[in-house]
Design a protein around this ligand. Sequence first.
Ligand code: SF4
Length: 291
Amino acid sequence: MPLAYDMPLFRPPSEANSLIIQATIGCSHNRCQFCAMYKMKRFRIRSFEEIEVDINDAARVWPDATRIFLADGDALIIKTAVLIKILKLLHFKFPLLERVTLYANPGNLLIKSEDELRELRENGLKILYYGVESGDDALLKRVAKGATPGQMIEGCRKATNAGLELSVTVLLGLGGKSGSRGHILKTAELCSKIGPRYIGALTLMLGPFEETFGKNVGEGWQPIDKKQSLQELRLLVENLNVRNCIFRSNHASNYLPIGGTLTQDREQMLELIDRAMADPGYLRPEFLRGL
Ligand code: SF4
């Protein structure tokens, strides 16, 4: 320690206080048009021996860690037998460990059987962070997400049946100006069918890649502005038909951080969005987005 991470290293906002063990490098899919997180990395699964060295090093300096996040982009790609070995070692080395979490992509969940997912849950895997991005099938194809809404429902259903919690993210702005409404309504519909424990909204931030993204996803794609981003957030909250689901827009890419449990906090969240629409003073300044 400190562990020699292969940078850059990403983790969900809710894993800010977790120990991070890098089990894979990069993302096995790595083709989503809107995502530059791992473009500079060649994907590989680290060997169990490499991971074991990191776990042993970390256990020497942080033996009382209670939360561990397995990076990078989709550690669920690791063969189930090896993941179970990793989970067992983590629980042995960190006796106070309460939960292990990781990013999963749609392809990972399609490959694993419900029984395999159940075995992972029984060995301490608790939450899968899963990028839905959109419920619009045509848009998912254009951005090369690599899965249809139907495949996402199938994979997520297996995970839920296996007792795993899902924390899904959706991407405001992905449909651009003209596709905005369809993107959000279909996304709300898909998330409602999945019924995850958590939903996080992020706002698309392309920076210098905006032009290339526009060209790749099709002529006519135009980014939404701040006002439309709030309208999308409102439309999403209005149309999510989920129960006991914690909704958040606290990611740094968003103009307005809100949070609550759906459906009981829906009206309060809508009121806050309406207030922010009337008074831009509520909004995160542009220069602070993404920080
Ligand atoms: S699957 Fe996730 S990490 Fe991989 S390229 Fe797509 S958005 Fe990025």
